[in-house]
Design a protein around this ligand. Structure first.
Ligand SMILES: Cc1cc2nc3c(=O)[nH]c(=O)nc-3n(C[C@H](O)[C@H](O)[C@H](O)COP(=O)(O)OP(=O)(O)OC[C@H]3O[C@@H](n4cnc5c(N)ncnc54)[C@H](O)[C@@H]3O)c2cc1C
Ligand SMILES: *[C@@H]1O[C@H](CO)[C@@H](O)[C@H](O)[C@H]1NC(C)=O
Ligand SMILES: *[C@@H]1O[C@H](CO)[C@@H](O)[C@H](O)[C@H]1NC(C)=O
Ligand SMILES: *[C@@H]1O[C@H](CO)[C@@H](O)[C@H](O)[C@H]1NC(C)=O
Ligand SMILES: *[C@@H]1O[C@H](CO)[C@@H](O)[C@H](O)[C@H]1NC(C)=O
Length: 529
């Protein structure tokens, strides 16, 4: 059993840790004047041009997937490593004035690399916020100001050490940026109790397309709504978030259970998917499942003690066979480290070093009706057991993420009626675009195809934070603006009926479409009003 846990821990670590080549960009008058503007307004040590000795290491510093480090990857003209808000304002003003777009990067985990590369040849700069980080927590206070370049792990550490008794409901992967996490909604093991990341924001400071800094009162409720789950990049550069912290008991419990296919994993999954939304199941309890080859890891986080956990699981899910010996009781901060790194010290969550050994591609789905025993068995027999390099992570919904008029706080639409979210991952080694890649992508397409019969349809929902360019890309019209109709193809899968409202916000705050990438929210055309 130790073997499966090690393989899975490795696979999870690899998934957490997902860069750029040498496409030569045309030097033009506008890029020269942009660079001159930067050097006139920013300390020179903050700007890395392609010719700078530090350029490659800064570019690669938070890349998580070597797929975006090839000779054909479209690289930025330069990287601005802002360490203060005025640097962000200067970069936006220079970019606007000289027609050079910025790609904003916080944690760098964007699955398609869009925070530091462009799919099409274009001149752009990366605005890297990794130096703009810090968390201001006050003991006993249920909120914290967090700078945009902070990682979830840094946030967990600051809260857990300076304000114990509180938590922020983030994800398992400590190197994910707080900004990208919240911008895409943000799901995790504490959302059944506290909602998605976007539901836990009290205020924010954003640099708009004019280079002005706006707080919640100044930006207004529509823009404040849009940035809490409407996708990163589209509306401006968030420089700080004021996050809501919630009470957590001094002791929480983490359990990893590893039954194998022979132990009836299909039966367990069929039971799991029908009990996870039962009203009897407290929102303090979350059991997510990671599937690989012939194995399933049932990973439990319970916001309370082992004895209470066992009582609940003994009633609703006795088949899992959870015992006191499986329980790991610890503080919430230790649990955040334990879930991802295993039994190491809590400072592990501060490690921002990326590892670039594994190529991978992810996709996502939402499931709203039970797959059933036969479906799970078919999944293992026809798909997973035939290729050990594929992974599925099932995140249960319900609880706080399943009810209420949550559209008021965030555009994240996958809520009431969702049983669970699926993240698919397919891994390969060797070359970015060789036969191993082709094989891995073919398997992934097969797996995604197989699950089609069980996933949602019209639209087949997808999660914005698991960005997937297979779903479509914007088309930029003759007016130089991304077209609303081209955006519908992919955006209604991420945002459903909230797409139109997001596009209306975009039209109000950035009608010329300065902040954009291949999957940013296009402005709603006037003819649609
Ligand atoms: C291993 C792994 C595990 C993950 N687990 C989870 C999970 O449990 N739950 C979950 O919800 N997601 C998860 N994700 C997805 C992750 O939340 C998204 O990829 C997220 O967008 C990453 O944020 P980032 O700041 O690290 O990325 P970045 O690449 O820096 O940014 C992501 C996007 O946001 C934009 N952006 C970044 N900073 C700003 C800013 N300050 N202002 C405006 N726009 C900005 C970027 O331009 C880009 O479009 C995981 C990803 C990985 C690789
Ligand atoms: C990428 O460029 C390097 C240096 O120019 C070269 O050695 C390498 O062969 C190239 N790789 C590919 C896959 O073209
Ligand atoms: C930080 O993470 C990197 C990449 O995963 C790893 O190689 C390194 O050993 C870690 N450092 C510490 C101090 O844990
Ligand atoms: C990968 O190879 C395929 C087929 O040879 C080609 O169509 C595609 O453009 C390549 N992608 C990259 C990123 O080089
Ligand atoms: C939230 O918005 C989505 C998309 O517009 C819609 O499908 C859903 O019913 C709304 N949920 C609530 C609770 O209003």
């Amino acid at each position: 059993m130790a073997d499966y846990s090690e393989t899975m821990a490795l696979a999870l670590a690899i998934l957490c840790c997902f860069l750029c080549g040498n496409a030569f960009l045309p030097s033009s008058a506008s890029s020269d004047s942009f660079l001159q503007c930067l050097s006139a307004t920013l300390p020179t040590e903050l700007v890395y041009q392609q010719s700078s000795s530090g350029f490659t290491s800064v570019l690669e510093s938070s890349v998580q997937n070597p797929k975006f480090l090839t000779n054909t990857t479209v690289r930025p003209l330069c990287i601005v490593t802002a360490s203060g808000v005025p640097h962000v304002q200067a970069a936006v003003r220079c970019g606007r004035a000289h027609g050079v777009r910025l790609r904003v990067r916080s944690g760098g985990h964007e699955y398609e690399g869009l925070s530091y590369r462009s799919v099409r040849p274009e001149v752009f700069a990366v605005l890297d916020l990794a130096r703009l980080r810090g968390v201001r927590v006050v003991p006993g206070e249920a909120s914290a100001w967090v700078d945009a370049g902070t990682t979830l792990g840094e946030l967990y550490y600051a809260v857990g050490t300076a304000n114990p008794g509180f938590l922020f409901p983030g994800g398992v992967c400590a190197t994910v940026g707080v900004s990208g996490f919240i911008s895409g909604g943000g799901i995790g093991l504490m959302m059944r109790k506290h909602g998605v990341g976007g539901d836990n924001v009290l205020d924010a400071r954003i640099v708009n397309a004019d280079g002005d800094v706006l707080d919640r009162a100044a930006m207004g409720e529509d823009l404040f709504w849009a940035i809490r789950g409407g996708g990163g990049e589209s509306f401006g550069v968030v420089v700080a978030w004021r996050l809501k912290l919630s009470r957590v008991p001094p002791t929480v419990t983490v359990v990893n259970n590893f039954p194998t296919m022979e132990q009836g994993v299909a039966d367990l999954l069929a039971k799991w998917e029908t009990t996870i939304l039962a009203p009897s199941l407290p929102a303090d309890l979350t059991i997510r499942v990671v599937l690989q080859e012939r194995h399933a890891l049932f990973q439990t986080l319970y916001l309370g003690r082992c004895s209470d956990l066992l009582r609940t699981v003994g009633i609703v899910f006795p088949e899992l066979g959870m015992t006191a010996a499986d329980c790991n009781e610890m503080s919430w901060l230790r649990a955040m480290a334990f879930l991802y790194f295993g039994n190491t010290g809590t400072p592990a969550v501060l490690n921002r070093t990326n590892s670039l050994g594994t190529y991978f591609k992810s996709k996502s789905d939402y499931v709203r009706r039970a797959v059933g025993r036969a479906g799970w068995e078919g999944l293992f027999e026809q798909q997973l057991s035939r290729n050990g390099n594929m992974l599925m992570i099932l995140e249960p919904h319900g609880g706080a993420v399943g009810g209420g008029n949550t559209n008021a706080t965030s555009p994240h639409p996958h809520r009431r009626g969702v049983l669970f979210n699926i993240q698919y991952g397919s891994m390969w080694w060797g070359e970015a675009n060789g036969t191993a890649a082709a094989t891995a992508l073919r398997w992934l397409d097969g797996l995604y195809g197989f699950l089609g019969q069980y996933a949602t349809s019209n639209p087949r929902e997808a999660f914005a934070n698991y960005r997937d360019l297979d779903l479509g890309q914007n088309v930029v019209g003759g007016d130089g603006v991304s077209s609303y109709s081209s955006g519908r193809v992919w955006a209604e899968r991420y945002f459903m009926g909230n797409y139109r409202r997001l596009a209306a916000v975009k039209a109000a705050v950035d009608p010329s479409d300065y902040f954009r990438n291949e999957q940013s929210i296009p402005p709603l055309p006037k003819t649609h009003n």
